[in-house]
Every structure is written in structure tokens, then in C-alpha cells.
Design a protein around this ligand. Structure first.
Ligand SMILES: [Zn+2]
Length: 455
């Protein structure tokens, strides 16, 4: 009785706090206590979409979402990503390179990204090529050829697996620039190939590219028509405005192609906090990362700019745009067993989702998809407990302790991806195709159908 009353008071307080969160909470589905039958029927829309905005939280499994929700808005609160009306799960497995008839149960972002961007399963490390190395057309390339404007945004170096699978085809994900083509000899321009991920990105030429990764663009091309030039020089010659900081991005001409690289490698983290240990940590909170370079735009700002630019560039056309937005460092901070790093990136990714949902309110002919590419390590365990790995305890929005465990690799080694299915949620035309249990390869066909592409 007493416990029950306390719970109700806490729940009411949390619900009141949620109202202040600037997200469209329950905008589509209503609360769980209402009959949502009509809302669900209303959310199912067939036909074509003018625009597709796909948002991918790298390594953002259900556990990572729950951790960020508990911390930021409380257990009964809802993030922007929780308000999408139609939700399913998809399987993420890769296939074995030596025997592609056999699954590789734990995927990386390259194989999973090849899956959702081309509709084909491949091996870990492959960037939009089949296990035999043959290139596969990607959703971005197909959308571009069909007359849509296209964009690719990430907080990682833009050559990282998720942004790379949309714009390039190499046999190994590490082939970022002309100087790092060792693992991809057949793709190197000096051997007659199409070049590194950076070189192919420029040739594919999405209308908006924003992220980190300037290092590889500064490398000199070693073969083909552009031999002797840096990749940046070819980008500039091909019509890109090159921007390198937030003020440059704010001043960019949104009517023209933009290549923004805001860091030599990955972009800086939003938050910092306690390092987990084998014996746990005192309960504490996350802090804004004071060392973050303020000249780097936040992901939500990059998302807003990309949407505005693609909207402008496609104005007056029946065909709008395809845009991918990745919150990349959720995965990277899960690998690093850094709970506040991971949560800060998830919260900023959620702000980018909010930007996309705001655009969709004004442009309902937009399909918005929020998903992940694979599961990851972090788990919520009993408050204050220790595990065979390392734990840290945070005080959440609820004012309650939440203990997070990282235990897939002995600390401080890089924590591992996991083979679980992950959430896929959507709203807009064709969103019903995420319902139930699908495969990450099915997402390619859902997006292609929404855009009316022939595949
Ligand atoms: Zn990873």
C-alpha cells in the first residue's frame, strides 16, 4: 500500500516533468491508458513519400534507448524517438565472408549498413559490396539517379561505415582515403578501381554531406583522372562549398551542394561523466563536455541545416529528398564503456529526431524512420550491484540510482556489439512496413517503395 502510493507520486511527478520536455510526446499514439486503435489506423498511410529522412543511432539497442530515457526524462518519460506511432524490431545479422549461406550473428555497422542501404546481406567490414566484392547500388545512389536530392550526415568521420555505405563500394571499411587503401587493392585508383571512400563520396556527390573526417580529404589521389590532386580539391572542383565550422555552415548557401567536415576524425562528445570500475562508482550525474570544440555544430544543428538545404534545393519538384542522419558515437562510447558519453550522444541524436518530426508536421508527405544497426554492450543492472565487468551508477531524472554494466570484454578493452534484434520505428507514408519482426535488408525496400524507385 505504502509502496504503491509512493510509486504513484513519483509517476505523477515524472509525468509532470515530461510535459516540459520539448518533444511531441504522445502526439501520435496517445498514452497507454487510452484506446489507440483509431490513432494506429490513422498512422497507417500507403502510397509514396516526397521525402525520406532516415535516422540511425549506431549501436542504439533497446538497452541504450532505455538508459538514455531513464537518465534524461525518467522511466515514465518519453523521448522524441518513442513518439513515432509504428514500431517493430528487425534482425541485424551479417553473413560469413567464406560461406555467405551461413549467418554471422553479430554484425558490424558496415555489413548492417550494406543491408539497409542495398537490400543485401554481406560480411562484416564490407561497404556496399557483395561477399564476392561486386558493388551494389545504394538507396542514396538510386534516389539521386531518380531525381531526388540527397544528404548524408554523421557525428563520425564521414568515411565511417554508416555514412560510407550510402556513397561508396569498397571491400574493407578502413579504406577511408588514398593513403589507406592497403586492405582494398582492387578498389584503389592506382589499380584502376573507383578509389577510396572519400574519393567515391565526391563522385557520388550527395547534395549535403556533414560530419567529421577532414584528414582523408586532405590526402593526394594516386591514380585515375584526378591523380596528384587532394580529395578536397576534387570536391571543390565538382561544385561543393567546403565548410569547416559551425559559423561556416550557418553562412553556407543552402541552394548549392555543401561538404562540411568539422573535425579531422570523429566529432567531439556532448557529455562526460564517471568511468565505470569493477567495484562500481558513487552515484553521480553527467556533465557537459567542457573540452568539446564549440566550433563544431551539434548533430541537431547539422540535421536542421541538411533538411533546410534539401528542402530548398528540391523546392518545386515532385520528388523531394533522401537524407540519412547518424548519431555515431552512441556506439563508440558503448565500446569505450563510457555511460555519460553514450547517453549524451543518444540525447543529442534524439534532438535531431525532434527536428525531423517537426519538419514532418509541416510536410506530412515525409517518411521518417528511426532505427539502429546493431545492439551493444550496456545493460541496466540492479542498483549498486557489481558484475563480471565494470559498472557505474548515475542519478537519473527520477532522482533514482541507475547502475550500468559493461561486461562483454575485460575492461579497458573495447566492448563488443551484440547480436540482438533492434528497434525500428516510423511515421509517414509506408511506415506500416516496419511493423512486426523484419530484417534490416527489408528497410531498403520500404524506403525504395516510398520513393517509387525501381529496384
Ligand atoms: Zn561499433
Amino acid at each position: 500500500m505504502h509502496i504503491n502510493r509512493t510509486w504513484k507520486i513519483l509517476a505523477t511527478a515524472a509525468a509532470a516533468a515530461v510535459v516540459a520536455v520539448p518533444v511531441a510526446a504522445f502526439a501520435h499514439g496517445g498514452s497507454g491508458q487510452d484506446d489507440r486503435t483509431d490513432a494506429a489506423k490513422h498512422a497507417i498511410v500507403g502510397g509514396k513519400a516526397r521525402n525520406v529522412i532516415m535516422l540511425l543511432g549506431d549501436g542504439m539497442g533497446d538497452s541504450e534507448i532505455t538508459i538514455a530515457r531513464n537518465y534524461q526524462v525518467g522511466a515514465s518519460g518519453r523521448l522524441a524517438m518513442d513518439t513515432l506511432p509504428l514500431t517493430g524490431e528487425y534482425t541485424t545479422y551479417a553473413v560469413q565472408k567464406a560461406d555467405p549461406t551461413k549467418p554471422d550473428y553479430v554484425t558490424d555497422s558496415a555489413a548492417s549498413g550494406t543491408g539497409w542501404s542495398t537490400g543485401h546481406k554481406t560480411y562484416n567490414g564490407a561497404i556496399s559490396v557483395l561477399p564476392n566484392g561486386d558493388p551494389l547500388p545504394t538507396i542514396l545512389e538510386l534516389a539521386k539517379s531518380a531525381g531526388y536530392k540527397t544528404g548524408d550526415v554523421s557525428t563520425a568521420e564521414i568515411q565511417d561505415a554508416t555514412p560510407a555505405v550510402l556513397v561508396s563500394h569498397v571491400t574493407d571499411r578502413s579504406c577511408y582515403g588514398p593513403n589507406t587503401m592497403g586492405p582494398c587493392p582492387t578498389n584503389a585508383t592506382e589499380n584502376g578501381g573507383a578509389g577510396s571512400i572519400s574519393e567515391q563520396l565526391v563522385k557520388t556527390h550527395p547534395d549535403v554531406v556533414l560530419g567529421g573526417g577532414s584528414t582523408s580529404f586532405n590526402q593526394v589521389i594516386k591514380g585515375g583522372a584526378d591523380v596528384g590532386k587532394t580529395v578536397f580539391q576534387t570536391a571543390s572542383a565538382s561544385g561543393y562549398q567546403l565548410v569547416s565550422d559551425a559559423s561556416g555552415l550557418a553562412a553556407a548557401n543552402l541552394n548549392k551542394p555543401i561538404l562540411g567536415t568539422f573535425a579531422p576524425g570523429n566529432m567531439d562528445l556532448e557529455w562526460v561523466g564517471p568511468t565505470p570500475t569493477a567495484t562500481g562508482t558513487p552515484a553521480s550525474t553527467c556533465q557537459v563536455n567542457a573540452a568539446r570544440n564549440p566550433a563544431q555544430p551539434h548533430l541537431s544543428v547539422m540535421a536542421d541545416t541538411a533538411i533546410k538545404a534539401l528542402d530548398k534545393q528540391s523546392r518545386g519538384n515532385r520528388k523531394g529528398f533522401f537524407l540519412q542522419i547518424e548519431g555515431a558515437s552512441i556506439d563508440k562510447q558503448d565500446h569505450a564503456a563510457n555511460p555519460c558519453g553514450q547517453i549524451g550522444e543518444t540525447v543529442e541524436f534524439d534532438k535531431a529526431i525532434d527536428v525531423a518530426l517537426d519538419y514532418q508536421k509541416q510536410h506530412p508527405d515525409t517518411l521518417v524512420i528511426v532505427t539502429a544497426d546493431h545492439g551493444h554492450t550496456s545493460q541496466i543492472v540492479a542498483a549498486g550491484s557489481t558484475t563480471t565487468g565494470v559498472t557505474a551508477t548515475l542519478v537519473t531524472h527520477d532522482g533514482a540510482p541507475m547502475t550500468i554494466s559493461y561486461a562483454t570484454t575485460p575492461f579497458p578493452g573495447s566492448q563488443q556489439h551484440t547480436g540482438t534484434e533492434v528497434r525500428i520505428a516510423a511515421s509517414g507514408p509506408q511506415a506500416a512496413n516496419v511493423l512486426g519482426v523484419t530484417n534490416q535488408t527489408d528497410l531498403f525496400f520500404t524506403m525504395a517503395r516510398a520513393l517509387g524507385l525501381h529496384v
